[in-house]
Ligand binder design. Sequence first.
Ligand code: C2E
Ligand code: MG
Ligand code: MG
Ligand code: MG
Length: 290
Amino acid sequence: EAKKAGRAEQRVFYDAMNAAAKDGLVIDGALRGAIEANEFHLVYQAITNAHTGKLTKVEALLRWHSSLLGPVPPDRFIPVAEDSGMIIELGTWVLEQACRQMGAWKQGTLDDVTISINVSAWQLADPGFVKLVSQALIRNDLAPHQLELELTERVLIEDAANVQAVLGQLRALGVGISLDDFGTGYSSLSYLTQFHLNTLKIDRAFVMDIEHSERSNNLVHAIIAMGHSLGLQLVAEGVETAGQAAILEKMGCHYLQGYHISRPIPPAELLRFADQRISMAPAPHGDFAI
Ligand code: C2E
Ligand code: MG
Ligand code: MG
Ligand code: MG
């Protein structure tokens, strides 16, 4: 009972702190020292082959449990970390952590899986970034093709000339480059050919309505057709139903990610997920969603 009351009290406290955190200043303060205090961890979300259901990639997603604010979602603290420049330090931590996890997985059932991490514009603009990536690969004994970096369209516009050079170096190294949240940004189609991309991730906003909105359906269909003709791999984000998965597979979308496949989960759970997928005979997706 005391424990229960304590938890309720804690929740009230967190709620109050979170309300105060709306201006970003409180988050900014709480972020300082949060790495050293071990307040961050990564969860991993499966990305599967749309046709066979096989686990192909895993996206690392950052989680923060602040001792001061309680759990704070990335959409709240990433922008603050970008404003202060702390995203560089945080992004470096994510890169190392994800590569270390992949290094451990490589020994087991996940040896042919790719790890994807989200990278912000600031990191890419940092002169030491390419070296940082190659060192993380070497340190954790990973092949470059086992790592994929997810960028948003914003990254491509901010400092186009420099970004193009950096992406060229990363692709030369053998690292995959993925354009995240595709369709929500400001990019023109010329970006798709101009930059060294190999994957497009179709934003959840479009995937959400494909079953019921002819417009969304047509739009996703067009994105997939365009991706095919440009030789890009396609990942659909936010796949929440078997119906969506079936439509996407039929449209020729290569990979699926979303709650219908799996939520973002801790490493041990992901291993169980992968084991399940391996013991299963190839079958149409959707029949064995967890
Ligand atoms: P994102 O990279 O587009 O990641 C996908 C987001 O959609 C994740 O939210 C994931 O939990 C959520 N999601 C996945 N499947 C579904 C679904 O079926 N339905 C719904 N409703 N949501 C789904 P999350 O983890 O809250 O991350 C939000 C954003 O924060 C990410 O969007 C990414 O832009 C950013 N982020 C997360 N981790 C990092 C990181 O390590 N570094 C950077 N720079 N940004 C990160
Ligand atoms: Mg992403
Ligand atoms: Mg996304
Ligand atoms: Mg996003």
